[in-house]
Structures are given as C-alpha cells and as structure tokens.
Ligand binder design. Structure first.
Ligand code: ADP
Ligand code: MG
Length: 697
C-alpha cells in the first residue's frame, strides 16, 4: 500500500532509489524487484530480525583471552607456505596501534585481502611478541566511511538475496535514514499516541532500523503495525460512509405486538444468540442509515430464522425483501423453508432462478414492480434480470462460505438504498472480521439450538471403510438417513480419487446393497436434482451419494451419518461445512472421514475435524494452516497487504485500531486537521480522492 510516509514532503521521500549514492543500475534493479522504488519505500523496507553485534575496540585497548571486535586498515599481508602449516597473515592498523591476523590454510584469502582494505575482525585475542593477535578471525570488509560501532548494538537483518545482501541494505538505509526521516510525518495527535503508549512515528521509523535495545525495536514495530491497521480501518470506514452516507434507507418501525406476531411463526424458542442478533438488526432497521451487517454463525446455528425475522419486519412495514442464495438448490431450499414457516400467512413469497419459466418470469417481474410480491427468493439471477422492485427495503445475502461480500449486490430500490444483511456459515476468524470486514457490523450466533449433540467424528483408513458402511446400515435400520460424499463426479482415469458415479454403482451392489441409494451432483439437470432432494427430504431415499453440492443449505434433520471419502481432498472449512449437514436434529450423529492422508497438512486438517466441532476454532486453525490471504481469497478483494502486521496475531491491536479509527473520524470526519493531512493524502492515493466525496458535517 502507498504508505503514509511516502507522501509528504514528496520531494524527499519520492527520491528515486537509483539516484541515491552508491546505488548503481544492478543494485537499483534488485531494489525495484523488491518493491523499493523510492527513498520512502526504502525506509519501509523493514528488517525481519535483529542480531546482536558487539562494539569495536580500539586496537590498543584489546585485552587478552576475550572475544573482541576490532577494525583497521590492512597495511601488510603475506602467504607463508615454506615450513609448518601454510598460513595467511595480515597486519591491521588503526590510529591506536597494530595487530596481527592469522588464517591457517588461508591460500584462498590471497586474492581477497590486500593492503588498503578496511576490515572488521572478530575473535579471541592473544598477545604474541607484545602485539594483539587473532587466529582464524571472522572478518568482513567495511566501506571507509562507515562509522565505528562504539557500543554493543542490534543490527537489523533484512530480507535479502545474494545480489542484494542484508548488510548492503543496512548500509544504504544507514546512509539515508536522516535525510528520509525529515520527510516522515506524524499521523496522529499526541493524546492518541499517549493513550496507546505509542512512539512518535519518526522515532519508530528510526528505531525499527536502528534500535538501541530489544524493547525499542519491539515498540517501534508496535507503532508501525498500529499505523498499518489504522490506515486500513480508516479507509474501510470511509468507503462505508461513501456507500451509505448519501443514501437513506427506509425507516422501519417495530413494536411489541409485531414482535410477538413474528415470534409466533417459529415452532421453537429463539436461542439467546438469535435473540441478541435480532435486536442488533432491528436497531439498524429503525435507522435511516442503510444497515450493513454480517450475520455469522456456525452451520445449523439458525441464521435463516434470524433473517426471516428481519424480512417479516420489512413486510409489516410494507417493504419488500430479497433473499439471495449462492446456488439454485439452496435458493429452493430457502424458498421451501420460508413457505413452510409462513404457511397460512398473507406473505407472498416467490422463487426466481434461471429455471423460472419465461412466462412466469413476466408476471413475477410485474408483481415485483407493483409490490404484490413481498419476499423474492433467488440466486444471483435475481440481480441480473434487471428486475424492478416497488419498494425494496431489505436485501439478505446468504453467502454461505463463498464470501463474495465485496462484490456488493447492486439491487436498488426506488429513491432509497435497502438495508443489507449478509449471512455467512463459515465463521470468520475474529481477526479477519475486524480487519477485512471492518465496514460491516457483525452479529454472531455463537450458540446452537438446544438439544444438539456434538457430531461424533472419526478418521478411518481406506481399509477400514467397512466400518463406515456398517454404521450407515445400522443407522438406516434405525430409521435414519446418510450422506456419502466423493471428491469428484466422474473418474477421469488420471486421478485416484473416488467418484460419485463409480462409487454409486459399487456401493449399490456391494457395501450398501439393499438400501435405497440416489446420486446428487452438479451435472444433473436441475429438475432431477430437485426431485432427488425432495425424495431425500421425504425419506424416500436412504443414502445420498453426492459431491460437495450438498455442502450448503441442505437441511434434513433425520440424516445422522456423513461419510466423506478421500477426505484429504477437501479443505478444512469445507469438511466442516459438509459435516454440518448432519447433527441437525436431536439424535446423535456421526461423521466418518476416510483417508490415508499422505501429507502432513492433510493429517492436520482431518485431525482438527476429529478434535473439535466448533466452527470458530476450525476457522482459526484453517486460517493458520493456509494463511489469511488464502483463507477467503481475500487477495482478490484488492485490500491492502500488510508489510508488518500479522493479523492472525494482532487481535488486541486490531480492536484498538477499530475503536480509534471510529473516534478519530467522529472528531475529524474529513481528516482536515493538520495532523491528519498525511493520512488523508495516503488514503486518497490508495482509494481515490472520491473517498472524501461524502462530506459529513
Ligand atoms: P443455518 O442457516 O445457520 O445453518 P438454519 O437456519 O438452517 O441454520 O437452522 C438449522 C436448523 O435449526 C433448522 O432446522 C431450523 O429450523 C432449526 N432451528 C433454528 N433455530 C432454532 C431454535 N432456536 N430452536 C430449535 N431449532 C432451531
Ligand atoms: Mg442455512
């Protein structure tokens, strides 16, 4: 990201790296490859570690028997091979005296060490004929103008390569640091820095490269991590303001009577977590600022009901809702669920998918436009159809685990912006929620409806698969149903993984013969998929042999066994989603992961599944295994990558930054205070000046 430093005063920090002293074309090219184009980039090329370096002693002050460091000019050298062990000898001189250096078998040094060079040497000092001497010293050549290391120091170690050594980077930064620091601006006010006990930015910039002690290095890093997090938080808050700032959402009203009427629709008592999330949503709906809320909860935590509550509030306020699902199967599932819960009500629900017949599309479009339809359920097709809503008040997006939240729905109401609720079934690790989703408010269902029992998960080797199919038989005789999931639809002959088609044949004739089996996969025509789903839901099928199409949305509480073949082929979060298809009733459910997991990573994923049922824990583990960047493909979201911050570790500071960013924008909404100008500049560089168009106050 263009960082706050690289902006002002442009004249200094914008200096191209190739115009710095001592940087030729080759070096400049290496710097460029590392993203260092300017002096500003250079001082943001942060060390990866530090190494303790002892101080240099004047030669006259060297003492016997201790390991010490000295520096001087080579005034003589010689290779002696006549008698005894061959050795290379050099005499080193500094203003206080001379010393001798000896390398046994040092022939290789002949072309490298010669009079006139300045060496820094380290080793145990002995005295020989009154002169200090080091045998087999460590040595390096030093440029003439590099100052003496007067005391023990921490030397920064930079990410480096053979062509661009850490020590060269160190010297380049060292030579230019003072000049560069003059261009570094403070970003925050003294009270804020004091509150968070942060170093001044200029101090931190110096100390991260040249700390005087470990604590200072840590403090410097902390300050600069804070800046990165603040930069992102403020950017996200501003872009949210831009989206919502000029737009007004329809105000909804709710009273006790309506609340009771809605609740009566649900055949169960809401969990405390559902209750809390509903309050949070209702508060938003009563506000003219469009809601932008993420509802996250583990599979089966009851998100749909919460969304339905919100949609019914909209209906009561004579506003329409749209419920968008990622797949047709899921849209249909939602449609059925809603119909079921709203039986004998006057709420008009309609389903729009690619399958919707052309003629019915026409009348549906008409009824959306005249407001006769209250709730429209559909896939993204609903967005592409160019449909017009009479009075759209609420958009609910069920993203499941496909977090495309950033590609916002562009559903528009007439004259106002709808409220916006995104449901996600993959719990987002707290750190990600705070960073990447800073522009959403988050409601969390951290509790499952009562009576749910943890799914008993076991890991079986391929040669133990009989156990799994034995259990399927046993559960089906007890009146339950099962899923068997395969990693692919067809055998392509190249891949050893099991496939739905082949295994369906094999299981029907062999291990699962006598049971009613059906296939479900993405290549089937939609009606056939739907028929199969309905048959399974109605209990006319015992075992569904499927691909991951079942991973989202399917809700058949009577299914109590999940068998996953080649379990190592699936990601951890995905395994958890698939497992979530069972354990949806009050019966004990089982998940059997079959795999000879070859890799350590696969073993870690399957092991995690057997240890915990907690989606939040799974998500954290998954993020650690894959790294936050890959976790949700967040790279595609075009959000800044961090140079220093590791958001899997920086939870505490993320919280602080979010809080501080909100407070800062409340006091200085357009960042016009002098202290904030540097931040403002950097933000408009990253996000565009339009970020500030939604002038507030
Ligand atoms: P999610 O979408 O979060 O995976 P659902 O909304 O599909 O979860 O709910 C899962 C199942 O739990 C559904 O069968 C639903 O009817 C049921 N359910 C939801 N809330 C409750 C509750 N408070 N008590 C009992 N069952 C509930
Ligand atoms: Mg659901």
């Amino acid at each position: 990201m263009p960082s706050p430093t690289s902006t002002q005063p442009a004249s200094i920090l914008a200096t191209p790296i190739e115009s710095l002293d001592g940087i030729g074309n080759a070096r400049a090219k290496e710097f460029h490859r590392r993203g260092v184009l300017t002096l500003g980039d250079l001082i943001e090329y942060f060390p990866r570690d530090y190494q303790l370096e002892r101080s240099e002693q004047p030669i006259a002050q060297l003492v016997a028997d201790a390991i010490q460091i000295a520096r001087g000019e080579v005034v003589a050298c010689d290779y002696i091979s006549g008698h005894g062990r061959p050795r290379f000898e050099a005499t080193l001189e500094d203003p206080t005296g001379k010393m001798s250096l000896t390398w046994f078998n040092g022939a290789y040094l002949r072309p490298r060490i010669h009079p006139g060079l300045i060496l820094r040497v380290q080793g145990r000092v002995k005295f020989f004929r009154g002169l200090p001497q080091i045998v087999q010293p460590k040595w390096e050549t030093i440029e003439p103008d590099v100052p003496l290391v007067g005391q023990d120091m921490l030397r920064a170690v930079y990410p480096a390569s053979a062509k661009l050594s850490s020590s060269f980077i160190w010297h380049t930064i060292d030579k230019n640091l003072d000049t560069a620091l003059a261009g570094v601006q403070e970003l925050f006010t003294p009270p804020l820095l004091a509150k968070r006990r942060l170093l001044a930015r200029r101090h931190a910039m110096r100390a991260i490269h040249q700390p005087t002690h470990w604590q200072e290095a840590a403090d410097a890093r902390r300050r600069l991590v804070y800046d990165e997090l603040m930069f992102m938080q403020i950017g996200l808050l501003l872009s949210r303001r831009l989206r919502g700032g000029r737009l007004t959402a329809p105000l909804m009203r709710i009273d006790k009577l309506l609340d009771e009427r809605i609740r009566r629709r649900f055949p169960f008592t809401l969990t405390a977590a559902q209750q809390r999330s509903i309050w949070e949503i209702v508060r938003d709906l009563q506000n003219a600022r469009p809601m932008s809320r993420l509802l996250q909860g583990d599979v089966g935590s009851g998100k749909t009901v919460v969304a339905l509550y919100a949609m019914l509030v909209a209906v009561a306020n004579k506003l329409q809702s749209a419920l968008l699902a990622p797949t047709e199967v899921l849209a249909e599932q939602h449609y059925l669920t809603l119909n079921n819960l709203l039986r004998d009500s006057n709420v008009a629900i309609e389903l729009f998918t690619n399958r919707t017949k052309r003629q019915s599309k026409g009348s549906l479009a008409k009824h959306l436009a005249d407001g006769r339809i209250h709730i429209a359920v559909g896939t993204q097709a609903l967005l592409h159809e160019d449909l017009e809503f009479a009075n759209l008040g609420l958009v609910v997006v069920d993203e499941q685990h496909k977090l495309g939240v950033r590609q916002r729905a562009v559903l528009k109401g007439k004259g106002f912006a709808p409220h916006y609720l995104v449901m996600t079934a993959t719990p987002i690790p707290r750190t990600l929620a705070l960073s990447y989703f800073a522009d959403f408010d988050v409601s969390t269902l951290d509790e499952l409806p009562p009576g749910r029992r943890p799914i008993k998960t076991r890991w079986l080797k391929a040669n133990q698969a009989d156990h799994a199919y034995g259990l399927v038989h046993q559960q089906v005789s007890a009146g339950h149903q099962a899923y068997v999931v395969m990693p692919q639809i067809d055998d392509d002959g190249l891949d050893e993984a099991k496939s739905v088609k082949t295994e369906f044949e094999r299981l029907s004739k062999g291990p699962l013969s006598g049971l009613r089996l059906a296939m479900l996969h993405g290549q089937m025509p939609t009606d056939q998929k739907q028929q199969t789903m309905n048959a399974f839901r109605d209990g006319r099928i015992d075992v569904l042999v499927a691909t991951t199409v079942i991973e989202v949305g399917i809700d058949v509480p009577n299914a109590t066994v999940m068998v996953i073949e080649n379990a190592d082929r699936f990601g951890l979060s995905q395994l958890h989603q698939i497992r979530g298809r069972v354990g949806r009733g009050t019966e004990l459910s089982h998940c059997l992961l079959i795999s000879d997991a070859a890799t350590q990573d696969a073993a870690a994923r399957i092991g995690a599944m057997t240890r915990t049922n907690d989606g939040f824990e799974i998500a954290e583990i998954d993020m650690k295994l894959r790294g936050p960047g890959d976790f949700f493909g967040t790279r595609q979201h075009g959000l800044p990558q961090f140079k220093l911050a590791d958001i899997t570790q920086e939870i505490e500071m993320l919280h602080q930054a979010k809080e501080d960013a909100l407070e800062l924008l409340a006091r200085d909404p357009n960042l016009t205070q002098p202290e904030h100008l540097a931040m403002r500049d950097a933000l408009s560089k990253q996000f565009g000046e339009s970020l500030f168009l939604a002038q507030v106050g």
